[in-house]
Design a binder for this molecule. Structure first.
Ligand code: SF4
Length: 381
């Protein structure tokens, strides 16, 4: 069995076991779920609450109620999240946080508000123009508003020192993930993506302290792994920043001869490229970091750093041979960016392939053929 499979299954299942365990160990403690892609988890953690990243229901839930609230052209994660709510699966949570990633997520927030009137459901307005001199102050004020709501829900007062301590913890977690990604890019045979993905994704539901321990142990294990390098192509996977691809699809990529050397899976777990400062005003530090330290993403607009340049940099940095656009069905931000990304890759002479998935997919015969053909075209070029 792969290293992390048992933990992944038990912690990320529909019962949210790790969230329930945490609440049993912390009587009266509150768990706040956030919808992808990014949330200022430090503010939740500093209030003594458990932040948990939602990531859809995969193929474990049939849609029976959510279809009545959303059109058929909406991505799966929006529908399965609502379905989980309408069928009582989100019962361990005491609040939900959404942000401005796309129209579907925005609508989900307000559908949830309407369907769960007694629940804390909030919408975080992230700035769309980071070059504006007012952007940092605007976001800091938005974070302070969220903070006062969290204090109300958690019956607590969140002090600046607690936020600084939480920032330090999450800095540690993000630094470990960066190290794991660097190790994988250097030695992809030692760090199978199908295992790394589970390790990072399980962090959505674990207390950060426990996840840091898992990341440290995994880093040591991957370092000492002696797997032999296969004759595979090196690819960057782009476009799976919100709805997550099924694990068997990642295994299929590896079996078909791909080493994934960089990706944007569960990107909220490693949102900052460098540490958030722990001195000064911690709320302002988080806001300024969102503007100046965030990774590029199709759900964050920053014309100071075009996302297509970011993708080419990523390919060069990871010495990838090609890019695979792995895009969730009906994901507007990913499809909007596909065109400029593709144009930039073609200018740079970087091969690419685009595939579509749904979190609930379980057969991949057509995708297998496309991937194998793509790999062969590169190997025998
Ligand atoms: S998968 Fe895409 S369209 Fe769906 S909620 Fe996420 S960002 Fe929005």
């Amino acid at each position: 069995m792969p290293l992390f499979e048992r933990t992944f299954d038990t912690r990320t299942g529909l019962r949210f076991l790790s969230v329930r365990e945490w609440k049993e160990a912390h009587p009266g403690g509150k768990a706040i779920a956030y919808f992808p892609v990014y949330a200022p988890v430090e503010l939740i953690h500093a209030g003594g609450m458990l932040p948990a990243g939602l990531s859809g229901a995969g193929d474990r839930l049939d849609i029976q109620h959510a279809d009545a609230r959303f059109g058929s052209f909406i991505c799966s994660i929006v529908k399965t999240t609502l379905e989980m709510g309408l069928t009582g699966h989100l019962e361990p949570f005491d609040g939900f946080l959404f942000s401005t990633i796309c129209d579907s997520a925005r609508n989900l927030c307000f559908v949830m508000k309407r369907n769960f009137p007694g629940m804390y459901v909030d919408f975080l307005h992230l700035p769309h123009n980071p070059s504006s001199p007012a952007a940092a102050q605007f976001l800091a004020e938005e974070y302070r508003r969220i903070l006062s709501e969290l204090e109300r829900v958690g019956h607590c007062k969140v002090h600046e020192d607690a936020i600084r301590s939480s920032i330090a913890l999450y800095n540690r977690s993000r630094a470990l993930i960066r190290k794991l990604y660097t190790l994988r890019a250097q030695n992809p045979e030692r760090v199978p993506t199908s295992e790394l993905y589970q390790l990072i994704r399980v962090g959505n539901f674990l207390p950060v302290e426990e996840h840091i321990t898992q990341l440290e142990q995994a880093l040591a294990q991957f370092h000492s792994c002696t797997a032999r390098r296969r004759d595979s192509i090196r690819i960057v996977v782009e476009g799976s920043f919100c709805e997550q691809p099924p694990l068997p699809l990642l295994r299929l990529l590896e079996e078909a001869g791909c080493y994934i050397v960089d990706d944007d899976f569960v990107i909220g777990q490693s949102w900052f490229e460098s540490d958030v400062p722990t001195d000064g005003d911690p709320v302002l530090a988080l806001a300024s970091s969102y503007l100046d330290r965030s990774v590029y993403s199709s759900v964050r607009h920053d014309f100071r750093k075009p996302r297509w340049d970011g993708l080419v940099d990523k390919v060069r940095r990871s010495r990838a041979d090609a890019v695979l656009f792995l895009i969730a069905k009906f994901c507007e931000p990913a499809y909007f960016d596909y065109v400029p990304h593709k144009q930039e890759l073609e200018r740079a002479g970087i091969p690419h392939l685009q595939l579509e998935f749904e979190e609930k997919s379980f057969t991949f015969d057509r995708l297998r053929t496309e991937i194998e053909t793509f790999v062969e075209s590169l190997v025998f070029d």
